[in-house]
Design a protein around this ligand. Sequence first.
Ligand code: MTE
Ligand code: MO
Length: 329
Amino acid sequence: MKRRTFIKLSAISAAGMVLPVQLQGHAAVKPLLKPKTLITPNADFYILQIGNPVALDAKTWRMGITGLIEKQMTLQFADITAMEAVKAMRTLKCIGDPIGTEQMSNANWKGVRLRDLLEKVEPKPEAKVVVFRCADGYHTAIPLEDAMREETLLAYEMNGVPLPTEHGFPIRLLNPGHYGTKNPKWIVNIQLAAAHESYWEKRGWDPIANVKLATMIGTPNDGEEITGGKVYTVSGAAFDAGNHGGIKKVEVSVDYGQTWEEAKIWAQDTPLAWVLWKWDWHVPEEEDPVEIYARATANSGLIQDEIGIEADPVGATPYHMIDARIVEP
Ligand SMILES: Nc1nc2c(c(=O)[nH]1)N[C@H]1C(S)=C(S)[C@@H](COP(=O)(O)O)O[C@H]1N2
Ligand SMILES: [Mo]
């Protein structure tokens, strides 16, 4: 059996500017599940943006809706909260996340349907995209068609509390099926336009930004020491944002991809949120380095493979791999 050579990403590129946290290996760890709850607590939810979070005041915040529409409009926060509210569970994932990092989290959100607002302003036939301008200078556009989807939301609550400043208070977009780049925070203007080149597209990233089928291994950590002769629970999350019909199964390999064992999906909700999986591994007794792989299969039949390590520019597709070590009890 040949040890696979694999390009390891140590740092991630532009749209994800955070380095993965390398946790130290330690002997005789209790088998944990990571992530350990379907919902990520707000304090643990990943945070990513081009600069510093912007603290906006709901009392003075105004959001214009402008451009190719019949009725220009300026909204206050109370106008948004007075609209019919919807609740939804959604996972966010960064396009620059080379699978094994922390840049994927899941929350329960509350907000309004973007289309309820757009219907009020009456887009003109020439309007093809909806441009979001944000208080930090970020801007991004989505096709009008996507904006009119029932699941496309402007969120103002996250896990039962007002949207935290870091996550876009007072209003952010939740754009189903799309990477974080298409989920702008601190929105101050919505413009209907014929075309728009967004912040990250100018820097070479995918203008479409559909989430790719992805699996991450939460336990073990890279470099962890696993006690031989015992049961260790390999665990993690898988997500396709509904783009391939949702997650069908997750498999784990501890023999360099020769054989795969089906993991148990132990927590799931909508295809627009991740599933959590675990697999109890009866760890051999001998001391040995080990590579652990996990891959997902979507309901469409799509299976992740080892090719495609580059996240840049469209998001990473390969399965996740962890280097660990079996040690004597
Ligand atoms: N205003 C604004 N919104 C933004 C960004 C930004 O830089 N500015 N970054 C995007 C990116 S790249 C990601 S991955 C998500 C992260 O959302 P979170 O910080 O709530 O997890 O925010 C998106 N929305
Ligand atoms: Mo991102």
